[in-house]
Design a protein around this ligand. Structure first.
Ligand code: DGL
Length: 273
């Protein structure tokens, strides 16, 4: 039997993956919405960031992570990384016998529902913006929506540095968001795992008339729906298990990870792909 098709059942964990620690914002939302579900998180901390790498490399890494999680018999895969969702989703789906959810579709849906002006802005890593994945996903829902995109390469290192409310982060945000504000956008998709952590700075720059779309909550709702639909939800009395697998434990990993997760990070294991 293909080892990737080992039978997952309702007691199996949900596999959530990201290029690093950023996907813990999605884990946090899933923990809050589905408190009895076990979660197996994978963060490729040795090779992050992905957002400035080539499509071939990102697809190769995404395939390795998918294989790792499927061998652990997860019942659902959540691609928390926007960059992998943008460029590697087809490959991940083609490998997976279990349902695959991705942040781009969740974010695109929330933005299309939220806009009144018909102008949506999307910010993300260079690989995500270059792929046009958000534009395509939004246009599949409503071809009349105008989408303005901006790559914000410096936001990931600023967040990793912990400069969440630093003058340099504010200046950088002003510079990146200037072109977006020339359009009548009323909805801005935070198309990267790291951006929700600098929401207050982004809010200050774009003002209150623009709604910030963060797909973590939308992902958790979608996970709940898919598990229920397929009869894969754990009983509400079940006690969840959380495992965090990473490819390296860099300096300050715990501090940054806990900031994303919003609680203490226990049982972190270093694994090889
Ligand atoms: N997880 C990535 C994303 O959401 C950001 C970090 C990276 O570049 O790997 O696009």
């Amino acid at each position: 039997m293909n080892p990737l098709q080992g039978a997952a059942d309702r007691s199996s964990a949900i596999g959530v993956f990201d290029s690093g620690v950023g996907g813990l914002t999605v884990v946090r939302a899933v923990m809050e919405r589905l408190p009895s579900e076990s979660i197996l998180y994978f963060g490729d901390t040795a090779r992050v960031p992905y957002g400035v790498k080539s499509v071939e490399t990102i697809v190769h890494f995404a395939g390795q992570i998918t294989e790792f999680l499927l061998r652990k018999r997860v019942k659902l895969l959540i691609v928390a990384c926007n960059t992998m969702s943008a460029v590697a989703l087809e490959v991940i789906r083609s490998m997976s016998p279990v349902p695959v959810l991705d942040v781009i579709h969740a974010g695109a849906k929330s933005a299309a529902e939220a806009t009144r002006s018909g102008y949506v802005a999307v910010i993300g890593t260079p690989a995500t913006i270059e792929s046009n994945a958000y534009v395509k996903a939004i246009h599949r829902l409503d071809p009349a929506i105008r989408v303005v995109s901006q790559a914000c390469a410096l936001f990931v290192p600023l967040v990793e540095e912990g400069w969440l409310d630093h003058p340099i982060t504010k200046l950088t945000a002003k510079e990146y968001l200037r072109s977006i504000l020339q359009h009548p956008v009323d909805s801005l998709v935070l198309g990267c795992t790291h951006y929700p952590l600098i929401k207050p700075v982004i809010r200050e720059v774009v003002g209150n008339r623009v709604q910030l779309v963060d797909s973590a909550e939308a992902m958790a709702q979608e996970a709940e729906r898919v598990l229920q639909e397929r009869g894969l939800s754990r009983p509400s009395s079940a006690l969840p298990e959380y495992r965090f697998c990473v490819t390296d434990i860099p300096l300050r990993f715990r501090t940054i990870g806990e900031r994303f997760l919003g609680r203490s990070l226990s049982s972190v294991e270093v694994v090889q792909l």
